[in-house]
Design a protein around this ligand. Structure first.
Ligand SMILES: Nc1ncnc2c1ncn2[C@@H]1O[C@H](COP(=O)(O)OP(=O)(O)OP(=O)(O)O)[C@@H](O)[C@H]1O
Length: 697
């Protein structure tokens, strides 16, 4: 079978070579070494060339930041000056060399010239120090402004990407430009100085050659860069290894903790892990580690050997030169030292242009992703018509109709809903029931336009849902999803978000909390409505006085997991409440504060009702019967004439009051009121009786 477009076709043996490394299967594109080398060079430079428009855009964006418009050009001027000073120093070194040559020949020295050169050297050193100081002052501010700018930008486009990428990118760019400038200026001066020396230029060219290609100074990175740029993929089907990874996840993921502890899994899991590990033996490691051993043999590659030869070539040429013409040896030796002086800084890993170019390519691809995010079009296309025409009408509910709606989730072969048709009149209470996976939540997803139907039409107040402005549509409904999340904000803000228009009105927030049965337990929290259950802000600290156990109200934990960026932290998420409280709240907070958020949306402001339709996806899944009864009662009273849709697989209280029950299983199997469906004696009646019976027993 042929691979799909875009798929990595590892079965194509003509293109990919298969190697077995331990438990891993490595597939590498078949290429000759020369091809690999060329493709490696192309892969390094091409993205950078393609990224020129992106860099221009970035530069414009950064220059548009008020405080950067002067600071950035000033920073570059300082950097350029700093990078030119070594060349000026070099020029004076060259002149000193000539002076020495003159002294050797004439046996006299021109003191004015000597003083002039010495003074110039000192001035260069002082200027360098001053420029470095200016650069160190500017850099942190520049980083901060750029970081703030992109922070805001990312937030606006709702993108969460690795923030440090931006700082690294502009620093990397500046560094590469400066190194190139420094290298070129030094090269220019060196060539001028060496012009008149016998074989001087040859020595310069030979020394420079090794820096021209993107090879790393150690030779080891050459191997690394091959692995990085050549098409390859590695996978493992080793069941024991997959099992071991699964067990590790089970142990480390806190969301499994409760079941882990309650199920008394620890002994079984340890035994299972040991057993799997013993079966695999020493190969039970991730691919990069295993591959590292393998890559050592590449250190004997031809590229590596050529690189080493080129490194010693200038010395060989110099030796031949001495043999040929021993009289000029002292000066040639001085030239060689001068050349070495110039190139040595560039050969260190820090200055390696090749590794920096590779780093730049990576940073550019991250940055491109951020800019691309802004261009991503939503699959759900926004409508143009305002909704509702008359805000007051929301108080009387919204009418919803599904006409032959089918829906398939992206990447799924099966329909989640097939040919579904029903109509809920304005102000009606509808309960959607069905077994797990029957499509109940999908109906709510389609009404809130998280997805659009694959086929069929949804009408809202007799208008095609796709024509309505998305923001208006969503403002007109309040949704409580099964997996509603607790935002890392204060309790007040968590509830307030249910209705941003009223979020600042404290009495409304309290009323919503009361209706959600959350007011009492929130009041008991250490900071009441200002309590953060998920505190994502850390306090940082260095050495603390002997015996310090708490800092800013948080326990001090000096274990390595509390070290961020080399600095100790306190105040891990959720630390603002005690573990005991957290445990107690874990059972309550999800349902209570979230239902409070829903109540918040249902609250009516002075002039108008903000939602005309309330959607609930399994709102009572983890509530006990008393709490469930209370919740439904309050919701029923509060809803007034608004349309309300519940999705649930618990038949009970609610279905009896419903104007319309939809029993679905991919499609609508039965619909009607409770009495009608009971009379019909179908699947709804069967399950109702089953649930009622178990309750009575
Ligand atoms: N995001 C998704 N991507 C792919 N498939 C999905 C997605 N969400 C649901 N499905 C699939 O669509 C079908 C219907 O799911 P849906 O969540 O609507 O059922 P449900 O009746 O609400 O189930 P439950 O009672 O378990 O919540 C299921 O087969 C489910 O696996």
């Amino acid at each position: 079978m042929n691979a799909h477009a875009g798929e990595f076709d590892h079965k194509d043996t003509r293109r990919f070579k298969h190697t077995r490394i331990g438990i891993w299967d490595l597939y590498e594109e078949r290429q000759t070494l020369a091809c690999k080398r060329i493709s490696s060079i192309l892969q390094t430079y091409t993205p950078i060339i393609y990224s020129v428009p992106l860099l221009v855009r970035m530069l414009k964006d950064v220059l548009s930041i008020k405080r950067c418009s002067i600071l950035l050009p000033a920073y570059f001027v300082v950097e350029v000056l700093a990078s030119l000073i070594p060349a000026v120093s070099l020029w004076y070194s060259g002149q000193l060399l000539r002076l020495v040559e003159g002294v050797m020949e004439a046996r006299t020295v021109d003191t004015t010239v000597l003083v002039h050169f010495a003074a110039a050297h000192v001035i260069c050193a002082v200027a360098m120090r001053f420029l470095k100081y200016s650069r160190d002052c500017m850099m942190p501010r520049l980083s901060l402004y750029i970081k703030q700018f992109y922070n805001e930008r990312m937030l606006l486009s709702a993108v969460r990407l690795d923030l440090p990428a931006f700082q690294t990118l502009y620093q990397l760019l500046a560094r590469i430009a400066i190194i190139l400038l420094r290298l070129l200026s030094c090269l220019l001066v060196l060539s001028t100085v060496m012009w008149e020396q016998q074989d001087g230029l040859l020595l310069v060219v030979l020394s420079f050659l090794q820096y021209l290609l993107p090879w790393d100074s150690t030779g080891k990175a050459v191997v690394g860069s091959l692995a990085r740029y050549v098409v390859w993929a590695a996978t493992t089907t080793n069941e024991n290894f997959i099992c071991m990874q699964g067990l590790k996840e089970l142990i480390t993921d806190p969301s499994h903790r409760r079941e882990f502890v309650a199920g008394n899994f620890s002994e079984h899991i340890s035994a299972r892990f040991r057993e799997a590990s013993q079966r695999i033996g020493h190969d039970a490691v991730e691919f990069p580690e295993l591959n590292r051993f393998r890559s050592f043999k590449d250190c004997l590659s031809i590229t590596f050997i050529i690189r080493e030869i080129m490194h010693v070539l200038p010395q060989i040429v110099f030796a031949l030169r001495v043999v040929k013409n021993p009289m000029t040896t002292p000066l040639s030796l001085a030239s060689l030292i001068l050349i070495k002086q110039v190139f040595d800084p560039f050969s260190s890993t820090d200055f390696s242009t090749s590794s920096m170019l590779a780093g730049l390519a990576t940073q550019l691809s991250i940055t491109r992703k951020v800019y691309n995010m802004e261009n991503i079009r939503n699959k759900v296309v926004d409508g143009t018509e305002p909704f509702p025409e008359n805000q007051q009408s929301l108080a009387n509910g919204i009418c919803i109709e599904f006409r032959n709606v089918s829906f398939q989730y992206p990447g799924r072969d099966r329909c989640a809903l097939r040919n579904v048709s029903f109509k809920i009149e304005a102000g009606q209470l509808c309960v959607v029931v069905g077994v797990n996976g029957s499509g109940k939540s999908t109906i709510l997803n389609l009404i809130s336009r998280i997805y659009d139907p694959t086929e069929g039409t949804i009408l809202i107040d007799d208008r095609d849902i796709k024509t309505l402005k998305l923001a208006d549509l969503r403002a007109a409904m309040s949704i409580l999803f099964q997996d509603y999340s607790q935002f890392p904000l204060s309790m007040r803000e968590n509830i307030g978000l249910g209705n941003p228009a009223l979020a600042r009105e404290d009495d409304k927030v309290h009323e919503a909390a009361r209706l959600g049965d959350a007011e009492d337990f929130i009041d008991e929290l250490p900071r009441g409505f200002d309590t953060y259950l998920d505190c994502l802000v850390y306090n940082y600290h260095g050495d603390l006085p002997e015996g310090t156990t708490t800092l800013f109200g948080h326990p001090v934990d000096s274990s390595p997991r509390n070290v961020v960026g080399g600095v100790h932290t306190t105040g891990a998420p959720g630390i603002q409440i005690s573990r005991g409280q957290a445990q107690r709240l874990a059972i309550l907070d999800m349902d209570y504060s979230n239902s409070s958020r829903t109540f918040m949306r249902s609250l009516v402001s002075e002039t108008e009702s903000s939602a005309g339709m309330l959607l609930f996806d399994e709102p009572s899944a983890s509530l006990d019967p008393t709490a469930e009864h209370g919740l439904f009662e309050r919701l029923r009273k509060l809803r007034g004439n608004k349309t309300m849709i519940f999705s649930t697989h618990r038949f009970g209280n609610l279905t009896r009051y419903a104007n319309l029950i939809l029993y679905i299983d991919e499609t609508v199997q039965e619909k009607g009121t409770h009495d009608e469906l009971m009379k019909k004696g179908g699947e709804y009646a069967r399950i109702w009786n089953l649930q009622a019976k178990s309750f009575i027993q």
